[in-house]
Design a protein around this ligand. Sequence first.
Ligand SMILES: *Cc1c(COP(=O)(O)O)cnc(C)c1O
Length: 378
Amino acid sequence: MKAIQMVDLKGQYDKIKEEVDSRIQGVLSTSTFINGPEVKGFQVELEQYLQVKHVIPCGNGTDALQVAMMALGLKRGDEVITTTFTFVATAEVIALLGLIPVLVDCDEDTFLISTEAVRNAITPKTKAIIPVHLFGQCCDMDEIMEIANENDLFVIEDAAQSIGSSFHFKEGRSQQSGTIGDFGCTSFFPSKNLGCYGDGGALFTNDDALADKARVIVNHGMKVRYYHDEIGVNSRLDSIQAAVLSVKLKRLNEYGNARRAVAWHYDEAFKDLPQVITPTRVLNSCHVFHQYTLRIVGVDRNALQRHMMDNGTPAMIYYPVPLHQQKAYLDNRYQDGDFPIAEQLAAEVLSLPMHTELDKEQLNKVTETLKSFILENR
Ligand SMILES: *Cc1c(COP(=O)(O)O)cnc(C)c1O
């Protein structure tokens, strides 16, 4: 049996090697490494896939979030509401821009931002909400958009983990995650669902003026070369990465299906174990399983993780510490116990190997290793 990994980038590459190699070779032979035709080509392909008016490629997902907040004109002291249970990048750029990250708790079953908590956190200084479509399914965008409209707030979707997932609104319409708010931001980090072979990211928007602004900001604040209308950043997707992404985008739906099949296998394997709570699906979102994350209750989660690691079946904790308990973000505003659900989840969650190349034998090894520990230690 092939060694089990959390993510198998090599196995996936081997299957598309010929096409990827030839596209990369194409970039090398034209030497248009920056802003080449591959970047524009991928941008248009992604706009079509997402059914969104504008995709603005950039250097990584963290930059995408930063550029979104800059393009929206958020100012020092403005408050931005986001979840405490996320990857640090979401809050990092809020703080870097001198804005105030207002953290809120999440939902116990879905791990997603609590819309009730968002409502309660709104003050006269609130300017934006950043829902994070954590682990690959959408936050309650019916509610989030309603709250935003009622309170005149911007919405920036952190879709770094959810590309390919769509949300079905009450009224019947469906939209791809990241195309619902004022901006959506994604990451093409290699292990993300649509990953390149280095760093990459993008912003999505349906607003022409915001798209223009973001395009200027990612390019040093210039529209006409060497004329700088505003302070920007340098954040680009390079042509080699765009070529890789173009090959992989064609397979994104197929990759999503492979991930859902893995999730279904895990669901079935654990359904009779009360100590293992399998991930709840949000009814009006499709799930692309960036992570398959369990809650482990009544047994020692950390010991279980060690047992799995020792037996060649990796398992990871995303995330061990919520943002309000991180040294850099304590900020005298937060203390232990402020967000009990996120704190509880940090102690319970365990993510299993999840990628497009897992075979039956590997899946059985993962589930058997986990089950045997639970049965011996309950
Ligand atoms: C990966 C990730 C980011 C940041 O993306 P990078 O490309 O690594 O900068 C932001 N938010 C979330 C939720 C992520 O998972």
